[in-house]
Design a protein around this ligand. Sequence first.
Ligand code: RFL
Ligand code: PHB
Length: 390
Amino acid sequence: MQTQVAIIGGGPSGLLLSQILHLRGISSIVLEQKSRNYVLGRIRAGVLEQGLVDMVRAAGVGERMDKEGHPHSGFDIAFHGQRKRIDLEGLSGGKTVMVYGQTELTLDLYEARDQMGGHIVHEAENVTPCELETDRPYVTYEKGGNIYRIDCDFIAGCDGFHGVSRQSIPKSVLREYEKVYPFGWLGVLSKTPPVSSELIYNHNDRGFALCSMRNANLSRYYIQCSMNERVENWSDEQFWEELKKRLPEQAAQEIVTGPSIEKSIAPLRSFVAEPLSYGRLFLAGDAGHIVPPTGAKGLNLAASDIYYLSEALIDHYKKKSDQGLKDYSEKALKRIWKAMRFSWWMTTLLHKFPQNSEFDNRMQETELDYLFSSEAAQKALAENYVGLPY
Ligand code: RFL
Ligand code: PHB
């Protein structure tokens, strides 16, 4: 087979890239290791920055998001019996975020690609990017016992943290930065009305908790748990009981609980690979970097990578300019490191760190106290939460 851009990974990064390129007349084939149902069964992000919302609309897939998504103009932080609203809109000069599930966005992208005759191969095994250093790279994969080859001009590595793309860059070229946090998040999705119309980030001596939502009758809650925790050890009752202990009194009293429809544990990690390009391979999204979910930045960073990469590819094909491709890694990494910093800061601010000294704990409390009392500090938070400019 032949295409202009071979895209490895059919998550939000790969699908969004494929859709944007299609609208500019650039062909692509998406290779996804899992089935479509498996991809659509993963419950992940829920908060979209304005930049991503704009991209989704420009890509012609914003209709359902605009109908069913919920713009949020603020969120709460609770700690030691206090609850402070961060007025995102007021503090950021009018910007808001959109609550719309990554699962829904991925479904919308699949449907758009189907309608436009997009070529997506599911259950593609042993995907291997080859000849990256040459100007005729190709990708091989296996399906149904056969081996296939796709010749292309470029390869986009959109295959997430565990994908093959990053591993194809020689160790001598790749530099990796990593911080693994000594805890995870246990998340529950339930068909219950959210406890609050806006998100609540809770700092508590028993550990962090987050109240989020997908819609008026679908709630998403998370509690910080130990790294070695197993999801089987948590009944729904135990989850709700622990969550209530970490919420402000009023929220604990008002929360509506019910059976979980999904329950999973996610480890918390910060990770950056440099550079994000090697020859004709370009990494985007979780393939190149991971943030802990506390700042709601993972999917949004994937979107800004796709913004820079799609512009660069469009310049290559339409303006015969390769400057964007040359600059891609450096440009994307500038924004990535800032989101890394913000996600690390939010994580450090709000979680219970088992190894912390009494001094460390007082610093954390003082940081929260300062945030609650300083508009300048809240402004910095809001500016980052709604998303730095592309
Ligand atoms: P994905 O979504 O991991 O998709 C990669 C795809 O590549 C496939 N793949 C392969 N395909 C072919 N060959 C191979 N060898 C392959 N290896 C892997 C995989 O099957 C998969 O389909 O990466 P992508 O597209 O870069 O998207 C990134 C986002 O998924 C991720 O950053 C966010 O979900 C992170 N995240 C959040 N981000 C936000 O912006 N806001 C949030 O509110 C937010 N909340 C979250 C989150 C992530 C979480 N978890 C579970 C880690 C909450 C949680 C709990
Ligand atoms: C979510 O709704 O899944 C969510 C929201 C905000 C975060 C992380 C996850 O910071």
